[in-house]
Write a protein that binds this ligand. Sequence first.
Ligand code: SF4
Ligand code: SF4
Length: 107
Amino acid sequence: MYLVADISVEICASKSCKLCTQYCPEANTILYSEEMGKERGFKYGSAYVAVDRCKGCAQCVWVCDNMAKNNAIKMIMIDQLPKAALTDNITYGEKSTTAVLMSPVVG
Ligand code: SF4
Ligand code: SF4
């Protein structure tokens, strides 16, 4: 088991600064979904983490806490995630990326 980043949709979708997506050192790990926030009634979409690509460096936590001042990301043991986006379930369209949320993560 290991730590991965977990983004609060409730917080992120009320801010939606997208700053963390520019700082994650792992490509295609912090992604963004327009639907994820809006389907819960928020004004904006939300960032989310493809946890099977996350290396647990916590750089995104520092960016969200100290640069964006939004405190939306926490590191959490992967088996404690209520839901997780996995790369296998991410479909790359022509210009957009969507993810199917799976629950729970096993392994
Ligand atoms: S930095 Fe924080 S508030 Fe901004 S997009 Fe990332 S998780 Fe959301
Ligand atoms: S913990 Fe590191 S690898 Fe994982 S999403 Fe955050 S910045 Fe990217």
